[in-house]
Design a protein around this ligand. Structure first.
Ligand code: CO8
Length: 258
């Protein structure tokens, strides 16, 4: 497996695990770290032996934001020419289901990275926020859009305009996270959930992910058409035949693509 400098990767069964590993900076997301996360996620995405990916940090910080020290002296033109943060747009295009297991600080780019994942499982100590305004900037990795879609205008606007941080339980009630678990159980719960997803047909899970994401990109009618094309595509897979045959024969499905 490729060696990275700021992240750790491993594969457990059919689940790929990416652990942010820059503890001295609370996993601040430098340019190098972004590129490493993207490379690792793409490698897992391309591997038919991986059916789901988990991304996590430490118990103290999932990630405390984009790297402020690295960004501080950049000019607008530097950022424009380097297409700063474009790696995160690419990460959103990874088709394998991606779960963020979040403990501690998920601030700024850290909150935005968690929201790029398909869903978030949070530890009780997780803290979500978009404090960029306190630095004289605004979110730059999709936070103003994904947070608003996740929790609605009132809460998103309050958080983006004041920098207020939201605890795990409020985040769950607001719909930002799928589930809150005790910190000691976080990784195990996320890995188990990922293993459940990875036990399904990978192409069908990809089609399902694409269908849900279409809800954020389209009108209701277009989204439903997208879903319909997706389910018709499922009927072209051996796994649909196997899944339905297994149901009829009262046995577990043995999907080919998992
Ligand atoms: N970037 C760089 N270094 C950081 C970051 C960060 N985002 N966060 C923490 N660190 C470093 C600290 O500087 C410190 O390093 P050192 O010991 O060398 O001084 C180390 O991590 C530990 O941090 P603290 O001592 O501050 O730890 P505390 O427990 O006291 O506080 C906090 C933890 C509350 C998380 C605090 O570190 C903090 O407020 N961090 C910054 C949070 C933040 O503002 N995040 C948003 C960053 S901006 C962003 O993500 C998007 C910008 C969009 C730009 C658009 C461009 C296109």
């Amino acid at each position: 497996m490729t060696q990275y400098s700021l992240i750790l990767t491993e594969q457990r069964g059919r689940v790929g695990l990416i652990t942010l590993n820059r503890p001295e900076a609370l996993n601040a997301l430098s340019d190098t770290m972004g590129r490493e996360i993207l490379a690792a996620a793409r490698a897992f995405d391309a591997d038919p032996g991986v059916g789901a990916i988990v991304i996590t940090g430490s118990s103290r910080a999932f990630a405390a934001g984009a790297d402020i020290k690295e960004m501080a002296s950049k000019s607008s033109v530097d950022m424009y020419l380097a297409d700063w943060f474009s790696a995160w747009d690419e990460l959103a295009r990874v088709r394998t289901p991606l779960i963020a297991a979040v403990a501690g600080h998920a601030l700024g780019g850290g909150c935005e990275l968690a929201m790029i994942a398909d869903f978030i499982i949070a530890a009780e100590n997780a803290k979500f926020g978009q404090p960029e305004i306190k630095l004289g900037v605004i979110p730059g990795m999709g936070g103003s859009q994904r947070l608003t879609r996740a929790i609605g205008k009132a809460k998103a606007m309050e958080m983006v305009l004041t920098g207020r941080v939201m605890g795990a339980l409020e985040a769950e009630a607001a719909g930002l996270v799928a589930r809150v678990v005790p910190i000691d159980a976080l990784l195990e719960e996320a890995m188990e959930t990922a293993a459940t997803i990875a036990s399904m047909s990978k192409p069908v899970a990809m089609i399902a992910k694409e269908a849900v994401n279409a809800a954020f990109e389209s009108t209701l009618a277009e989204g439903v058409r997208h879903e319909r094309r997706g389910i018709f595509a499922c009927f072209a897979t051996e796994d649909q035949k196997e899944g339905m045959a297994a149901f009829t024969e009262k046995r577990p499905a043995n999907f080919k693509h998992r």
